[in-house]
Design a protein around this ligand. Structure first.
Ligand code: PLP
Length: 285
């Protein structure tokens, strides 16, 4: 696999980053994941805009190659022959060759930019989406700026492990009784034909797939309500699902052992998955 590091395309075995990099020492970095379908980038403009916002919120410089990011994504997709898969991008604050809580001088320390691809054949026609996910709920003990897409992923990763240990696929995070989001996705319930999801704030990541799915839902005259919902309300819902760039629309069929509906993916979630896959390809680049 060819990867990109700070201006260079290299074989993955030759790509290196300093051990003093603040991404490595302090999780001082942000990332984006863009999906690739039919060799094209899905929702790329949204991911680029959110990257810029994450950098601004953390007072981090844009990498020099910021304006070339679409070309870099495309080149990696091309050389690695990605038909279906992902492009992962990470920017960290870099390093001035030592460890210090104080940020390094941005005049002399450049951010580190890394991109690589992951090939995922069968991502669109996913067996998991046909079965639906079983989820557990766990406490949301993350920090208060979940709107910034940082690389601090230890707790979400532990949440996934807790789900696996419980024989489930993923976890939903709960704060003050209300669902915030999934470990790596936004969370929704469906009551009747109404799609309910938490509104945007610093408490959740502003999902790029969320924005697109809600737009498509409204265009298809489906009812959308952005409000808090509790985990108990979710267990009584007709359907549930999650959205993310890597799994699109993923039905949820069980929450904490409570089966939703007949235990198979609901019709709203299935329809939204279809609409998203079809519509997002039209604007793919
Ligand atoms: N929420 C969290 C915590 C995430 O990590 C992610 C994606 O990684 C999402 C939501 C979904 O965001 P997007 O649709 O932009 O992939």
């Amino acid at each position: 696999r060819t990867v990109y590091v700070n201006g260079q395309y290299l074989p993955e075995t030759e790509a290196t980053v300093s051990i003093f990099d603040r991404g490595f020492l302090m999780a001082d970095g942000v990332y984006e994941v863009t999906s690739v379908l039919q060799g094209k980038l899905i929702d790329f403009d949204g991911h680029l805009a959110r990257l810029e916002r994450s950098l601004t919120e953390l007072d981090m410089q844009k990498p020099d190659a910021f304006d070339d990011l679409v070309e870099i994504h495309r080149e990696l997709v091309r050389v690695n022959q990605i038909d279906e898969g992902l492009v992962y991008l990470q920017v960290t604050r870099g390093s001035d060759g030592d460890r210090d809580f104080v940020f390094p001088d941005p005049e002399t320390t450049k951010p580190t930019l890394v991109l690589f691809t992951q090939s995922k054949p069968g991502m669109a026609d996913s067996p998991a989406a046909k079965k639906g996910n079983k989820i557990i709920s766990i406490d949301d003990i993350r920090w208060g700026r979940r709107d910034i897409k940082t690389v601090q992923l230890l707790y979400p990763s532990m949440g996934k492990m807790m789900a696996k240990a419980a024989g489930c696929d993923d976890a939903w995070l709960v704060e003050d009784g209300h669902v915030t989001e999934g470990t790596s996705n936004n969370a929704y319930i469906v009551k009747g034909n109404k799609i309910i999801t938490r509104g945007l704030s610093n408490d959740i990541l502003h999902g790029i797939t969320r924005a697109a799915v809600l737009r498509f839902a409204r265009e298809a005259q489906m009812e959308v309500e952005e409000r808090l919902f509790t985990i108990d309300e979710a267990k009584q819902a007709d359907e549930a699902f999650t959205t993310s760039a890597s799994a699109f629309v993923m039905p949820v069929v069980e929450i904490d052992g409570v089966v939703l509906g007949d235990g198979t993916p609901g019709k709203v979630a299935r329809r939204l998955r279809e609409i998203y896959l079809e519509e997002s390809l039209k604007s793919a680049i």
